[in-house]
Design a binder for this molecule. Structure first.
Ligand SMILES: [Zn+2]
Length: 271
């Protein structure tokens, strides 16, 4: 009996120690700054980051360190993954979570293709499962990898004013997927009302679908009319890259995203 109790205490102690040391390592990473060389790489590849206020910059750097420690990058189709590529992706992904407690806790792997890649999609028609290939620039799986085209990742980072950013788009899906569903209804921030979020996003989505169907151009990409989850992802791209245009066209959407991410890009110096 004594041996059983001793074993239970030892196992519990080991788990406790393991948990504590992981917690300590996470805290250390979150408090660690980047090197000057890493800062230069990020500033060169993602001009948006040069506009961040210093307090946000410090938080971003800690999260980049945590991200790089957690995630394995895998090159596909012969791509050699460089440190610059890893830094660029980590920095853009962490923009979404730099000022909240949200974290990509399920993410372990990022696959990077040199450019657009073929993806095998399955659809169900009764008992028949059909498979077809699609050309994709990126994909985000809830409990699986994020897949990115490097050419489009680079282009999305270097041009921070066109409202298009592949990494922000795919990691908006990652954020959305933390709720267990991919439906444009992410886990909200403390104090946010789900009823207000739902009403705001659904009404804006319906307006956008109507505009798209009647051929009217808006600041929001027509792709956002293909589903609530895509509307959320393209709105996130605009929130960072064209905040004034989003705020002007859809002020309540801008406010909801601002409350969700605890950020206000309108107050950051513009180029
Ligand atoms: Zn998408």
């Amino acid at each position: 009996m004594h041996i059983v109790i001793t074993l239970i205490i030892l196992v519990a102690g080991w788990f406790g120690y393991h948990r504590w040391s992981r917690h300590r390592a996470r805290k250390t990473l979150l408090a660690s700054p980047l090197t000057d060389q890493e800062r230069t790489i990020i500033a060169d590849q993602i001009p948006l980051i040069r506009r961040l206020p210093p307090d946000l910059n410090a938080k971003l750097e800690g999260r980049i360190n945590l991200f790089l420690d957690q995630v394995t990058f895998v090159g596909c189709d012969g791509l050699d993954v460089t440190d610059d590529m890893q830094l660029s992706i980590a920095a853009q992904a962490c923009l979404l979570v730099m000022n909240t407690d949200q974290w990509y806790k399920h993410l372990r792997t990022i696959l990077i293709y040199p450019g657009a890649f073929q993806s095998l999609q399955t659809s169900h028609d009764g008992y028949v499962v059909r498979e077809h290939k699609q050309i994709r620039l990126g994909e985000s799986w809830a409990y699986g990898p994020v897949i990115l085209s490097w050419a489009d990742t680079y282009q999305g980072g270097i041009n921070d004013e066109d409202g298009r950013n592949l990494v922000l788009h795919e990691f908006a899906h990652q954020l959305d997927q933390l709720s267990g569903h991919t439906n444009g209804a992410p886990v909200l921030n403390r104090g946010q009302s789900f009823a207000d979020w739902e009403r705001t996003i659904l009404e804006a989505y319906d307006r956008h679908v109507q505009a798209t169907e009647t051929g009217r151009t808006t600041v929001i990409d027509p792709y956002g009319a293909t589903g609530h989850e895509e509307f959320f992802a393209v709105a996130i791209e605009l929130f960072f890259e064209k905040p004034a245009a989003l705020q002007q066209d859809e002020p309540q959407v801008y406010q909801q995203l601002s409350d969700l991410l605890q950020l206000d890009p309108l107050t950051w110096p513009q180029n």
